[in-house]
Design a protein around this ligand. Structure first.
Ligand SMILES: [Zn+2]
Length: 282
């Protein structure tokens, strides 16, 4: 087996510190990118003989609100460590009464309702070394990796946590939660869950030809779904805390189930076919 540097990883997990804090031999790495610094150091360790890079999306002190996260730096940094497959666990609100707190949903579609976020590497802005990325328009009809989704669904079932297979995640700007009118409108569109970080994380991963899989834990029923109640941050944190242990188990089993990155043959690996990017990826 080839020797692997402590700083190298195949799989990236963008989520809270609760996912890696119990691992032995975690190496903390500071990464700089042409787009600035990622949310925090990256913590590289081993899960099921796979090299995994963990990045706390909001910073380890949870000081970054969703609209202030440097999504480009986060994805670029992971790729520069060798990561080719990314898992994105996140907390979401349920838009249907049957998707109550504790529901695990592996979305297959997303709708972007964010407002202020840079959502491309190919914006014509020169990099610090002077090269200018070309304008490219990538296919994003299916935003998530089919192999990653399959692995996550199998992992959840293996832990007797029957997941919802598919559904649309609408991503709002935040940091506030939705009004009742917004929430009712989201539900009426047939969308399944609402979150604040799923975009542009997924599209930036696609722009770097990374596999990206969203694993959404419902922490509350959204404002328009549940008569009388409104979402509170305290309730979200409480439900997330209650489920972090089994979500970690599902994540680690998903890592076990993921195909070897070198043998990837999913649509994510063909994102750049036919395009001249103008820049080299890390
Ligand atoms: Zn893929």
């Amino acid at each position: 087996m080839a020797e692997t540097s402590n700083a190298q990883a195949d799989i990236g997990v963008i989520g809270g510190s609760g996912f890696y804090s119990f691992l032995d031999d975690v190496t903390e790495i500071t990464v700089k990118t042409p787009y600035g610094s990622p949310s925090d150091s990256i913590f590289v360790g081993e899960v099921a003989d796979r090299r995994v890079a963990f990045l706390p999306r909001h910073g380890r002190r949870h000081h970054l609100p969703p609209h202030r996260i440097n999504y480009r730096a986060n994805l670029w940094a992971l790729r520069s460590l060798g990561v080719r497959q990314v898992l994105g666990p996140c907390a979401v609100g349920g838009l249907r009464p049957e998707y109550g707190p504790g529901t695990l949903l592996v979305p297959d579609q997303l709708v972007d309702r964010t407002k202020s976020r840079v959502q491309t590497f190919f914006d014509g802005e020169p990099l610090p070394d002077g090269r200018v990325p070309n304008v490219v328009h990538l296919t994003f009809a299916d935003p998530y990796c089919p192999a990653g989704r399959k692995a996550a669904l199998a992992a959840a079932r293996g832990r007797d946590w029957e997941p919802v297979d598919g559904g649309t995640m609408v991503v709002i700007e935040g940091p506030r939660f939705s009004t009742r009118a917004e929430s009712r409108w989201h539900a009426e569109q047939g969308w399944a869950v609402v979150g604040m970080t799923g975009h542009p994380e997924a599209v930036l991963a696609r722009e770097l030809e990374l596999c990206y899989t969203s694993i959404a834990l419902v922490t509350d029923l959204d404002a328009g779904t549940e008569a009388g109640e409104a979402v509170s941050h305290g309730e979200v944190m409480r439900v997330f805390g209650e489920n972090i242990g089994r979500l970690r188990e599902v994540l680690f089993d998903t890592i076990r189930e993921l195909p070897d990155g070198r043998g990837r043959d999913c649509l994510c690996t063909m994102a750049h076919d036919g395009w001249n990017l103008g820049i080299d990826l890390p």
